[in-house]
Write a protein that binds this ligand. Structure first.
Ligand SMILES: NC(=O)c1ccc[n+]([C@@H]2O[C@H](COP(=O)([O-])OP(=O)(O)OC[C@H]3O[C@@H](n4cnc5c(N)ncnc54)[C@H](O)[C@@H]3O)[C@@H](O)[C@H]2O)c1
Length: 442
């Protein structure tokens, strides 16, 4: 068993640490935020992710948490799991990665620095040069990008579709592969640049599928087809497969938006205009805003209307609200003059724009509402179309941004219903209040 140091106690760092400990390795997790380390030392996890608290607790004797970088000195592997957010230009901000390289303590033997953070292609070569300059040429370097999805992160780590390992020296890649010996998954071995690109390309492809099915959904709406049926029929084609064909209000989260921008910028910095990816990004931005149009079609002007936003997290199973569609939607609704009340079972609603009221329960969110919008596919919302909801709402309209509910059942329960890419029944569109006449100046 090996001794593994981990830089970063975020989603990737803690999941990696918890899973390596479960696989029998000794783990030292280092972060720079004292509150995070305090929380972890108390036996709590600073964010919501299934199974992470249990794994960390079950393997507590093999996991330590520290602020002191010297504590990773004896580790054979040093995993970099720090955040790489976008800069103003859209390029990945690698400042935290460089801080890690600068902070590395004296290291004995041949430890391997393993990059799990998502970084632009070419980063490994720069880090290699940086290590050499610091006199750390005895430290190996391996790219081992992470593919986990929040909400199912432990499962994804323990049963991955593949493990990508890119190295400059085969022996370093071999050493990293041994850490995963108990995991049954294909290992793709490559050079460092290719491993970095595998991660960016995989994410870009997933986003492309989402924007593709969202555009199909928009055409379905215009033509009377049902995107749920269309996706089922398309997904059964073995050349295409069923995954990432759920139409909705667009992707969000800490990875897709920033990684798509980073790849687009990487391409354009190298002189290539990645047209397809630019379109994927634009389609996603427009998709988040389409809900506003749907609401207006039913309610007319949204000024003074009460809208319940159900779900704040960018997807179910996580409390992560980074780049969540809920934020864009809430801002747009406030700009239209609507009163917005939001609910989420775990996400931190304070991340929403000022002016959004926070409800503790779904019932409280929909009370007196002119419309309820399903933003996150939480299980708690599956029985939203109930008698209680209908009675509580001022106007029984559900806009289902995740196609979570059955349209027919919802309509039978007395609601006007609109999903994404699903046929609209004429009886759904309620009489509209006329837009207020524009004020005349002077
Ligand atoms: N979250 C995901 O679903 C996911 C999936 C795959 C890949 N990734 C990638 O993994 C990386 C980490 O993502 P995340 O979501 O875990 O980020 P995060 O923001 O949740 O966590 C990053 C952590 O690194 C810490 N940190 C910053 N500088 C540090 C330093 N010098 N030493 C030690 N710790 C330091 C931060 O305090 C923070 O706790 C990113 O590059 C991301 O793109 C994320």
């Amino acid at each position: 068993m090996s001794k593994v140091g981990i830089f970063g106690a975020g989603w990737v760092g803690l999941v990696t640490g918890a899973c390596f400990a479960e696989l029998g390795h000794e783990v030292v997790v280092r972060d720079v935020v004292p509150e995070k380390i305090d929380t972890l030392r108390r036996g709590e996890v600073p964010f919501h992710e299934e199974r992470v608290p249990e794994l960390l607790q079950a393997n507590a004797e093999r996991v330590t948490y520290t602020l002191d970088v010297a504590d990773v000195a004896g580790c054979e592997f040093l995993f970099v799991c720090v955040d790489t957010p976008p800069t103003y230009s859209g390029d990945a901000d690698l400042s935290r990665v460089w801080t890690v390289i600068e902070e590395l303590p004296e290291l004995e033997g041949r430890p391997v620095l393993v990059m799990k953070s998502t970084v632009p292609v070419g980063t490994g070569e720069k880090v290699r040069a940086g290590l050499d300059q610091r006199g750390l040429d005895h430290v190996g370097y391996v790219s081992n990008p992470e593919f986990l999805a929040e909400g199912r992160a432990v499962r994804d780590f323990m049963k991955p579709d593949r493990i990508a390992i890119g190295d400059f020296h085969e022996a370093d890649g071999d050493a990293v592969a041994t850490l995963y010996a108990k995991i049954d998954a294909p290992i793709v071995r490559s050079d460092v640049n290719s491993a970095e690109m595998i991660k960016l390309a995989a994410n870009a492809f997933l986003m492309t599928r989402i924007s593709f099915i969202n555009e199909i959904a928009n055409v379905c709406e215009a033509t009377g087809a049902d995107v749920v049926k269309v996706a089922e029929g398309v997904g059964l084609d073995h050349r295409l497969g069923p995954h990432f064909l759920r139409a909705g209000i667009g992707y969000g989260g800490s990875c897709f938006p920033k990684d798509s921008l980073a790849l687009k910028q990487l391409a354009s910095n190298s002189g290539y205009h990645f047209q397809l990816l630019s379109a994927v990004i634009e389609v996603n931005e427009l998709q988040k805003r389409r809900v506003v149009g749907k609401l207006k079609r039913h309610l007319g002007s949204l000024a003074g209307k009460n809208i319940a936003l159900l779900g704040i997290a960018f997807k179910a199973g996580t409390d992560d609200v980074r780049e969540a569609p809920s934020i864009v939607l809430a801002s747009r609704l406030l700009a239209e003059g609507a009163e917005v009340r939001a609910w989420d079972p775990v996400a931190d609603a304070r991340k929403l724009p000022k002016g959004v009221e926070i409800a503790a329960t779904v019932a409280e969110a929909v009370r007196g509402a002119d419309a309820a919008v399903i933003v996150t596919e939480w299980d708690e919302l599956r029985d939203l179309a109930s008698e209680q909801t209908r009675a509580a709402m001022a106007n029984p309209l559900i806009v289902d941004g995740r196609n979570l509910l059955d349209p027919e059942e919802t309509r039978r329960a007395g609601f006007a219903y609109e999903g994404i890419g699903r046929p609209v029944s004429p009886s759904d569109v309620l009489p509209q209040t006329p837009e207020p006449a524009p004020a005349h100046e002077g």
